[in-house]
Design a protein. Structure first.
Length: 122
């Protein structure tokens, strides 16, 4: 079993979508993140410097989601993962990104992607 830190149900409004019409308006997005890395040092030290600061991770997601624009969810998820790994290169990152109430036939509650990024360093 791998140790991990997670953030679930992080939401923001952003201008992402394949069509120009989608990018003109805002939509709600939801993100679930898992950062896999050893947590034994943090368990022993009780220091935030030995673990993932999920406040910082949440800030990264919301900033990218609200201040940038992407056509594809895959590109937004990749940008989120890259920025998180800039902070925590030894963490494998799993990003689940959902567009809530997308403009699709059948009116789905959400559509999205799940991206797995291996740790940059071990």
């Amino acid at each position: 079993m791998t140790d991990s830190v997670f953030v679930r149900g992080l939401e923001f409004e952003g201008n992402h979508g394949y069509t120009a019409a989608e990018r003109r308006g805002t939509r709600r997005f939801r993100v679930n993140l898992t950062l896999e890395l050893p947590l034994g040092a943090a368990a022993a030290s009780d220091k935030i410097s030995d673990t993932v600061d999920y406040w910082k991770v949440s800030e990264v997601v919301v900033a990218l989601g609200t201040k940038s624009t992407f056509k594809l969810l895959e590109a937004l998820a990749g940008a989120i993962g890259a920025k998180i790994q800039d902070l925590y290169p030894n963490a494998a990152v799993v990003i689940e990104l959902e567009k809530l109430a997308p403009p699709c036939p059948g009116v789905p509650a959400a559509c999205g992607v799940k991206l797995h990024l291996p740790a940059r360093s071990s």
